[in-house]
Design a protein around this ligand. Structure first.
Ligand SMILES: Nc1ncnc2c1ncn2[C@@H]1O[C@H](COP(=O)(O)OP(=O)(O)O)[C@@H](O)[C@H]1O
Ligand SMILES: O=C(CO)[C@@H](O)[C@H](O)COP(=O)(O)O
Length: 529
């Protein structure tokens, strides 16, 4: 194929701690990639782990301008990596779920008239009315209760929207803004999710919310695939539907890339922007989960993902509209104490090196002589609990601390036990015939994956093409949705997986009793009011 006809596809992942970008070719081979780590590369925003703590208890926010500036930066880094933007045929992306971006009046106009001589962040400095509440926010318990009451109870809300009310879901966050900061609510022209906000920057107008990420708001009827009026009324006023815009299927071509990117970076004016979606939704698309396969995303949060053919009505966990026609619905469980909690205890126990931490794990035996530990550095989502710490020895006695190597293994084994116990409670069927497909930053850690394999008594696999399925999924979705619309047949090869950890024969004997001990331990953890 001649250079002029070369077609490439660009994917972004605006996740909690960094912005990642990846260009793939027609065979889905990785050509270039770059990333921007918010805390390190943009210290002027003073984030820790990509977020800021708010004034009120449980508030967790991120400045949207941080994400805008990271896009300016990652584009330059892609150029340094050798990217040829003129070959990019379509672009799509993923974003951390549930977070809301509050655009000020005139946002659409401003996005469509950006000057290519200047950075995006200098031109969008006043485009937002406030910082964005993100998925780690747990400050909206009262609004969750009010939302459930207004629609006839938790069960009714779960039946319609796929989830009972959750603090981080966008509906209760909007309700909080409407009631506690009405001036900001009314000064807002449009409300985006992080994913649709990011798409807006590429599109040059406020982009629609996609149905898959839109189902993480407690506002969408996941059966009818429209906003649910009763939930909208419970969370805002009659202007809310306009502020949100009409949601679109995730496999939608939104339009051509904005002239800003054509003029500044040399994109072809026919390059298409495909709807962006949530990072877990995008991971599901990237992992191509087959029947019996369970996705395990080890990003800032730990999430378990499952493709579904039909929506179920859970009282815990979430059912979302799926991101691809092959997965019309998906199930998701999210644990907030994931990588950042592992990282902070690694620092405390072993210093800032994963190798040193892994060495500690190797110095202990599977089952950890019975030491177990619950470490919630931040409020936990499953089970709903405030930040706390519980450590027990082999006899089940509460202790304050243990030798560092026991604490290291206790943290990881108890995290894996929690994922297994709650997955079982919520109807995820995982047994020896299943496969776990791990992805995300911590999926490079073989010791951690071995623990998951043993605790679940199930082999663990990873994607061969890339450690980050959300990012790869974004680029692949760009390629496939464009191909479907244009009728151009792509060579694109299926992503493949390889085993990285197989359970030992005695895994069940060791971990089944520990599963029961975990269940007893959480009885004593006070749940959030
Ligand atoms: N070798 C490793 N072992 C365990 N965790 C790791 C390792 N390398 C990176 N991580 C974790 O990966 C996390 C980042 O994962 P990533 O998927 O990029 O997060 P996000 O997408 O939420 O921004 C970091 O917080 C770090 O703790
Ligand atoms: O809240 C959820 C899922 O419901 C989180 O999983 C966010 O989507 C953040 O993702 P990561 O940055 O941890 O990948």
């Amino acid at each position: 194929m001649s250079e002029e006809n070369k077609k490439t596809f660009l994917g972004f992942d605006f996740s909690t701690q960094r912005l990642k970008a990846l260009i793939i070719g027609e065979n889905y081979e990785v050509l270039q990639e770059a990333d921007v780590e918010f805390d390190v590369d943009l210290p002027e925003f003073r984030t820790s782990g990509g977020v800021l703590r708010g004034e009120q208890r449980g508030e967790v926010l991120a400045p949207p301008l941080l994400w805008v500036k990271s896009l300016d930066m990652v584009m330059d880094r892609l150029i340094v990596a050798g990217a040829d933007f003129s070959a990019v045929t379509a672009v799509s992306g993923a974003g951390q779920q549930h977070g809301s971006v509050w655009w000020s009046k005139g946002a659409d106009e401003r996005l469509s008239t950006l000057s290519s001589d200047e950075f995006l962040h200098t031109q969008l400095a006043t485009a937002f009315v406030c910082d964005s509440p993100v998925w780690m926010d747990s400050s909206t318990t009262a609004h969750c209760q009010a939302l459930e009451e207004a629609v006839g109870g938790a069960e009714e809300l779960a039946k319609k929207t796929g989830s009972r009310a959750y603090e981080r879901f966008t509906g209760s966050q909007i309700r909080k803004m409407f009631h506690s900061k009405p001036r900001l609510y009314h000064a807002t022209e449009r409300i985006s999710l992080v994913s649709s906000f990011a798409a807006s920057l590429l599109l040059g107008r406020v982009a629609p919310i996609d149905l898959s990420d839109g189902s993480g708001m407690n506002l969408l009827d996941i059966h009818e695939k429209t906003w649910w009026d009763q939930a909208l009324q419970a969370c805002g006023d009659e202007s809310l539907a306009c502020k949100l815009g009409t949601p679109v299927p995730t496999a939608s071509v939104l339009g051509p890339i904005s002239s800003y990117f054509v003029q500044r970076y040399g994109f072809n004016k026919d390059c298409k922007v495909i709807a962006f979606t949530g990072d877990n939704n995008s991971a599901l698309a990237g992992l191509r989960l087959r029947s019996g396969w369970v996705g395990l995303s080890l990003g800032t949060s730990d999430t378990l993902l499952l493709g579904l053919q039909h929506p179920a009505a859970p009282l815990a966990g979430h059912v979302l509209v799926g991101p691809t026609p092959a997965a019309p619905y998906m199930a998701l469980l999210c644990f907030s104490n994931g990588s950042l909690t592992r990282q902070s205890h690694r620092d405390r126990l072993a210093g800032p090196s994963w190798d040193a931490f892994d060495e500690m794990l190797r110095a202990t035996v599977r089952g950890n002589l019975g030491y177990m530990g619950i470490y919630y550095d931040t409020a936990e989502i499953i089970p709903r609990a405030a930040a706390t710490r519980r450590l027990v020895d082999g006899a089940g006695r509460a202790i304050d601390k243990a030798q560092p190597q026991f604490e290291a293994r206790a943290l990881l084994e108890t995290q894996a036990l929690a994922r297994r116990a709650h997955a079982a409670d919520m109807g995820f069927q995982i047994d020896q015939s299943s496969r776990i497909i791990a992805t995300g930053g911590a999926s490079v850690n073989k010791e951690l994956l071995q623990i998951f394999a043993d605790v679940f008594n199930t082999p663990v696999y990873v994607l061969d093409q890339h450690a980050n399925a959300a990012l790869l999924g974004a680029a692949i979705r760009a390629a496939e949705v464009w191909s479907l619309e244009s009728g151009y047949k792509l060579a694109g090869s299926e992503p493949t997986v390889s085993p990285v950890a197989t359970p030992y024969k005695d895994a069940d004997n060791i971990y089944t009793p520990m599963l029961e001990r975990y269940r007893q331990m959480i009885q004593d953890i006070p749940t959030l009011a």
